[in-house]
Ligand binder design. Structure first.
Ligand SMILES: *[C@@H]1O[C@H](CO)[C@@H](O)[C@H](O)[C@H]1NC(C)=O
Ligand SMILES: *[C@@H]1O[C@H](CO)[C@@H](O)[C@H](O)[C@H]1NC(C)=O
Ligand SMILES: *[C@@H]1O[C@H](CO)[C@@H](O)[C@H](O)[C@H]1NC(C)=O
Length: 179
């Protein structure tokens, strides 16, 4: 009996539930965003930028909140079949949770929401030659998040007028890990 309860307890703990009460969507404590993250899903109004070989299809490794308030993203992406490691420092703006960086044009990077412990959703607006592209990214503290986080991501995407057709699942797509 005790063993059964223990097993049940473990499987509940393993099923990391999405907790709506833990969601933070303003007044972020950016230091708590620091640490290891995995790319779970991305969405964009221009899929060619996040599909294979897309310039914005990135696989996050970790995020560092720097002393001067900037946010450093360490990630990998594929360039002609090769995994390339990149670090990118996004400069803080005077708005909490909002950053800017020049990369393939001008970018605004914002935290959309997070619970710090399991997931974070970033919202990026890229302006290149007058064309605006929006990219949303769901990162998880572990390499696979349960469906309720994906579901939440879909809901956030809808707020930005991105439907399921605009979403790409990246969980099985990180070919840079084994290399
Ligand atoms: C989508 O992205 C591709 C690749 O960067 C670009 O060639 C194309 O013009 C973009 N389409 C739109 C509608 O912005
Ligand atoms: C903050 O520090 C990083 C790393 O040293 C640097 O790249 C960045 O330019 C700095 N940002 C500001 C606003 O000074
Ligand atoms: C912007 O458009 C010009 C002219 O079409 C092109 O040469 C340039 O590479 C484009 N810049 C970017 C960042 O795509």
């Amino acid at each position: 009996m005790a063993l059964l309860l223990l097993v049940l307890g473990l499987s509940f703990a393993g099923a990391q539930k999405f907790n709506p009460l833990a969601v933070v969507d303003k007044n972020y404590n950016m230091a708590r965003i620091s640490g290891v993250w995995y790319s779970i899903s991305m969405a964009s109004n221009n899929l060619s930028r996040i599909k294979e070989d897309g310039d914005l299809r990135i696989f996050i490794r970790n995020i560092e909140h720097l002393k001067n308030g900037s946010l450093k993203f360490n990630f990998r992406f594929m360039v002609q079949g090769e995994c390339v490691g990149v670090s990118m420092v996004c400069q803080k703006t005077n708005k909490n949770g909002e950053y800017s960086i020049s990369y393939e044009g001008e970018n605004k990077v914002l935290v959309s929401e997070t619970d710090y412990k399991m997931y974070v959703i970033f919202d990026m607006q890229n302006i290149r030659n007058g064309t605006e592209t929006r990219v949303l990214a769901l990162y998880g503290r572990i390499s696979k998040l349960s469906h309720n986080f994906q579901h939440r991501f879909k809901r956030v995407c809808r707020k930005y007028r991105l439907s399921s057709k605009n979403i790409m699942d990246l969980t099985q797509e990180d070919h840079c890990y084994s290399k």
